[in-house]
Design a protein around this ligand. Structure first.
Ligand SMILES: [Fe+2]
Length: 391
C-alpha cells in the first residue's frame, strides 16, 4: 500500500511539475486574440503543445483543442532558456478559455483567462501600474494585493504595465523572477491576469523585452494600440524616438480609429508631466496629439511616486479641455520624494510617496478611476465623462 502511495506521488509530481513563466499577453485585439507563452529550461528545444478550449478539462488532451507553439527559440542572449509561445486568433469576446500545456515531458495544471468584451457598452475593468523593479519583497506583496482584488472582481481583464519591470533589462534571471512573481496575481482557480505592457528605460535590451512579452512583427518596436470595444489604450514607447515613425503611426492610427472610439488612454514610461524628474520627449511630441484628440486619461511611470495632475491643456490648468496625467510608478519599486511645488500637482492634483495602482472602470457613459494602495484601500476616486473630439 505504502509503495503504491509513493508511486502515485511520484507519477503525479512528474505529470504536474510546473512549467515556468506561464503568461497571457494581450496586444492589439484582446477580444479575439491572445498569446500564451512559457519557458523551457535546458539545452534542447522541444515544441510545446497547448490544449485550449472553452470548456475545462483540457489536461485530458482532446486533440481538437491542440495548438502547437508557433514561436520556439532561445530568449535573446540565452543558451538554456527557451521561449515557447502560441498566438491564438479567432477567439470569442468575453469568453473564458481554459488551457493546459505539455512540454518537455511536463504537463501544467489547467489555467484560464478571459477575453475582453467587444460590446461597445460593456463594463470593462483593467488595472494600471508601473515600476516593479529592484525591491522584490515589495513587488511580491503588491502582487498578492492585486490577486485579492482580482479574486473579488472577475471583470478585471488585464494589467496595463507602464514599464521598468526589472533593474537590468539584459538579465534574464531578473525577468525570470518577475514572471514568477506575476504568477502570484493569479486567482485560486488558476485564472491568469493578462499583461498589456510598454517598455521602460530599464528594459534596455529591446530584443529580450520583446521575447518576454512576445512583441513580434509589426509590434517589434513596442508601440501598439490595444482596442477593447470603444476603448483604445495607446501603448507608446518612450525608449525610442517619440517623433519620426512612431509619431506618424500614432497620428495615422488615431485618424483611423477615432470615429469608432469613445475612450482614449495612453500608456508610456517617461512622463510628460513628471512629479520627480524633468519632462521626457513625450511632452514635445505626444502632448499636442493628446490635446488635439482630447484623450481621456494618460498613464505615466518612472518617477516612483503616486501623482495625479490637474487637467492640463496648452500647459495650463483647464477644467474643460484639460487632460489628467496619472502615475507614476509604484508596483514595488523603492519610492522617491515628489516635488509637490510643481503647478500641475496642486489640488485637485497631488503627489505622494506611496505604492499604488489604478483600477479603471469603463462604462457606457463614464470612466471611474480608483487609486488603490497596497491592501486595496482607496486613496482617491474620480470620474471622467465622454469628450467631444475631432473625427
Ligand atoms: Fe524608469
Amino acid at each position: 500500500m505504502k509503495i503504491i502511495k509513493i508511486l502515485s506521488f511520484i507519477i503525479s509530481f512528474s505529470v504536474f511539475a510546473e512549467i515556468p513563466h506561464i503568461r497571457v499577453l494581450f496586444h492589439e485585439d484582446p477580444s479575439h486574440e491572445a498569446t500564451i507563452a512559457f519557458t523551457q529550461k535546458g539545452s534542447k528545444d522541444e515544441k510545446g503543445e497547448v490544449f485550449v478550449s472553452e470548456k475545462p478539462g483540457t489536461c485530458s488532451f482532446e486533440l481538437n483543442s491542440l495548438k502547437v507553439t508557433n514561436i520556439n527559440r532561445l530568449y535573446h542572449g540565452e543558451k538554456n532558456n527557451w521561449l515557447h509561445a502560441v498566438n491564438l486568433t479567432g477567439l470569442k469576446p468575453d469568453t473564458t478559455y481554459y488551457f493546459c500545456i505539455k512540454n518537455d515531458g511536463q504537463t501544467s495544471v489547467e489555467y484560464n483567462f478571459v477575453t475582453t468584451p467587444s460590446d461597445p457598452n460593456a463594463q470593462v475593468f483593467f488595472l494600471f501600474g508601473g515600476d516593479s523593479r529592484s525591491e522584490r519583497e515589495n513587488r511580491i506583496r503588491i502582487n498578492k494585493s492585486i490577486r485579492e482584488l482580482f479574486e473579488k472582481n472577475p471583470k478585471i481583464y488585464a494589467l496595463v504595465h507602464g514599464g521598468d519591470m526589472i533593474w537590468d533589462g539584459k538579465d534574464f534571471e531578473e525577468f525570470s523572477e518577475w514572471m514568477d512573481d506575476h504568477m502570484l496575481t493569479s486567482t485560486s482557480n488558476h485564472r491568469l491576469l493578462p499583461l498589456i505592457v510598454t517598455q521602460g528605460n530599464h528594459e534596455s535590451d529591446e530584443k529580450l523585452f520583446s521575447d518576454i512579452f512576445v512583441l513580434e512583427g509589426n509590434l517589434s518596436d513596442a508601440y501598439y494600440v490595444t482596442k477593447i470595444g470603444k476603448t483604445a489604450i495607446f501603448n507608446l514607447n518612450s525608449n525610442i524616438s517619440a517623433g519620426g515613425d512612431q509619431l506618424a503611426w500614432f497620428e495615422a492610427k488615431l485618424k483611423e480609429i477615432t470615429p469608432n472610439t469613445k475612450w482614449l488612454f495612453a500608456n508610456y514610461h517617461r512622463p510628460a508631466y513628471p512629479a520627480v524628474k524633468t519632462p521626457g520627449s513625450a511632452k514635445k511630441f505626444w502632448v499636442p496629439v493628446f490635446e488635439k484628440y482630447q484623450f481621456d486619461l494618460i498613464f505615466e511611470s518612472d518617477g516612483h511616486v503616486l501623482k495625479k495632475t490637474v487637467p492640463i491643456f496648452k500647459d495650463e490648468l483647464n477644467m474643460d479641455k484639460g487632460i489628467i496625467y496619472v502615475g507614476e510608478g509604484g508596483l514595488g519599486v523603492k519610492l522617491r520624494t515628489p516635488d509637490t511645488d510643481r503647478w500641475y500637482l496642486q489640488a485637485p492634483g497631488y503627489a505622494e510617496s506611496l505604492h499604488h495602482y489604478f483600477l479603471i472602470e469603463v462604462n457606457e457613459n463614464q470612466v471611474k478611476v480608483e487609486v488603490l494602495k497596497e491592501g486595496n484601500s482607496v486613496f482617491d476616486t474620480f470620474f471622467l465623462k465622454p469628450r467631444v473630439r475631432p473625427l
